[in-house]
Design a protein around this ligand. Sequence first.
Ligand SMILES: *[C@@H]1O[C@H](CO)[C@@H](O)[C@H](O)[C@H]1NC(C)=O
Length: 722
Amino acid sequence: MFSLVLWAGLLLLSFAIAVPVTNHWAGGFQARVCFKIDKEMSSWVIHLTFDHPVETIDVWTADAQSTSADKKQWTLTSKNWNAVEHVGDELCIDLMGHGTGDFAPVITATLEGASGGGSHQVATSAPATTQAHHQGVATAAPVHTTPLSVPDGNGFPATTRVSNVRDGRSDHYLTFTISGPTVMGWAVKFRCSKPVHNLNVREADPLSHNADQTEWLLVNNDNQITIKPGTFELKIELELVTGRDSAPQCSATLTNMGVDKHTCGQPPNKANSKYNYDDVLYKSILFYEAQRSGKLPANNRIPWRGDSALNDGDGGVDLTGGWYDAGDFVKFNFPMAWSTAVLTWGLLQFKDAYQAAGQLEWMYESVKWPLDYLLKCHASDNVLYVQVGDGGADHGSWGRPEDMKMARPAFKIDATKPGSEVAMETAAAFAAGYLAFKEKDPSYSAKLLQHAKSLWQFAVTHKGKYSDSVSAAAGYYNSANVTDELCWGSLWLYKATKEPKYLEEALKHYDASPDWGMSWDDVFIGNQVLLYELTKEAKYKAAVEGTFREWFPGGTVPYTPKGLAYRLQWGSLRYASNMAMAALMAAEVGIHPDEYRHWAMCQIHYALGDTGRSFVVGFGKNPPVSPHHRSSSCPNLPVRCNMNYLHLDTPNTHMLCGALVGGPDSSDGYKDSRENYVNNEVACDYNAGFQTAVAGLRSLLVRHLHPEQKGGATCPYHGRAP
Ligand SMILES: *[C@@H]1O[C@H](CO)[C@@H](O)[C@H](O)[C@H]1NC(C)=O
């Protein structure tokens, strides 16, 4: 059905044309393929046929993919920014192919275009669609989608000087006067009065030109990535198509591709609280949208993100989707499942907050995204994929997921190589999802429960640590042991079904000792709170109190001078936020609500601005601008992205709205630098407890139970634990 609809819009726009090879050498060749556009297109694919196998193709203005086993058939697919082509345009693509030996292949090409409703059109019309879809809760901030485009005349114009004219060749000196921020990645549009055969620039590479070769697009190469404000000179050595002709008149504009004017927007603070929680919830959900892997939906609100990792899978198992873990592009299921469970817990417990903030529909979509992926990962009863991507290869590179070329192996657990903690964490996410979607989507909800039960059975029957079974995960998300997750997953199944066998299993693994600090590998406090909620037995309340005695002032957890409960230098705000979330959950079941809520509020307000700065990108006063995050740091397409962008001290090109950064050191020190991954990385698991805690505080405002409404909202919190 879907493919029929899709194909209806496709047009075969050309007969096969011959593609000239412009250069070749041992192991490679260069070619340029051009089509005149005579139909309006919203996206396109070029089919290439070679008479010789081609191992790889480098091309910056399309995505190349081999479509035959003999590597003689290839496709080039449009990028978001060049998908739309109009009648009269000429589409030219330069490519470099690699193979064995020195060969100049015979190449033919056909162009196929979509006539509308293609990915680009859907993406640009998204705001209208989503507004209509979410009518009634459409208090979300205005979202400005600025479609990416090849830069044109709105950059810095050049003054030009010509010298050394000889035999159809000439040297053109372009002087640009650069103002504003430091240029981080740039493109030059270069126009001449006569057709240009070739041009040579030390600092840039030509990307494309128009049909008559009078208009060229160049992008910087690694010789010169940044340009400081002031004058900047480029020397272009140019060769005309007609040799011997006199030098042409040329003009040029340079555009800073490291600036994206798209901002996050901001919903009003309807509740008039000290911090605009609605804004935080809106933006945190946007952060998870920016982390999406796979085919993006039509209502994607992140204009600088596109489809990526569309081949994730193993054999016949489709593993596309899910979230990229942090600043990188590995999909680590253990923290992803934890984050999904914690966010879904927040949706269940604080639905009124998401409703009041106008974010309820977005929140359902937000948690459904990883749940859909995790369902794909549970390929059969005793098979669960737990990671896609190789941490070493991924962390050794820097770029956009849309451009990613490296192999992405998939790793699974099964009966012989078990992983009870990741299976239980996933079961917990499914059981929470079952409860969250019960009324909204009963059949989806039933499917989640069925998978939760099956995974639970797998986890208790085949016990083992996933990081022993999957060595690829061990260096990144190694698990200490499986006991707390066996309890946690069982408790979520019990909460969902009330079947006693789940409670019995949970109690076998319960640990009443004070929690060191909740995170993706530690759900002790979650177990203590859930057990009290589900049984109301005093001993579980005592365990919760024991944990927070360590965490409140005077306990064993140290505090920064400005009042952050400081567990670890790596992601300090994450631990404080997770414990704030747990305290708010404990308050919901009646454990010292006044004290726990006040303490939790102060921890969250530290992150939101109590020290004079915000630690949430795009939110509040003086927020971070250079989080350690690859895709948002890259310049706009079509400029290439690479490791250089990690080390530049300019802000990230794109605003990674809503991301909570790692946080301060033990004396409240913090450096907003992309290289500072200890304090300035972002991650799906950092935002999960944080967002749920903010939802908890927002819910208190709805119910008039917030410390600001009850009096006594001063921070830092100095009281001892009750
Ligand atoms: C599991 O690991 C945690 C954290 O290291 C530890 O506190 C707990 O005692 C361990 N449990 C078992 C049963 O080994």
